[in-house]
Write a new protein. Sequence first.
Length: 160
Amino acid sequence: MKALSRRGLLLAALSAPLAGRAADALLPTPASLAAELGAARGRGRALVVMFSLPGCPWCRPVRQSYLAPLRAEGQPVVEVDLTGTRAIAGFDGAPTTGAQLARALGVRVAPTLLFIGRDGKEVAERLRGVPLPDFYGAYLQQRVEAANRAAAPAAPYAGA
């Protein structure tokens, strides 16, 4: 994963209003989190869910520099608007919205990354905000690896 320095994050945040909306469209917004989780489960991986806000200065560099490349490497990653009112199916398939889901999960900060395993439960510690920009990539990689280990199908018992 590409590391982004404090200066890089600051420059990205300052240039965010100048960039077009197309630059934000790097991650899919799911119609169904249950379907996305099923696809991730089929690949033996966790689902990374980024909760973001429109115009969030920290969301853009996280999306562009960390999550889009992670997705390009094959990690399932989706984005949900923390204030969204568009109907989506939740992890259990029930209809909800981004705002309702964020409230139910206690997500209050953007960006917040959740790492969801096979049963729709979090399998790694959330990554809230951008705690230390110099170490963000390492924090993310650590959580993704832990989540993918937890989400991987159990190996069959070889017996003794």
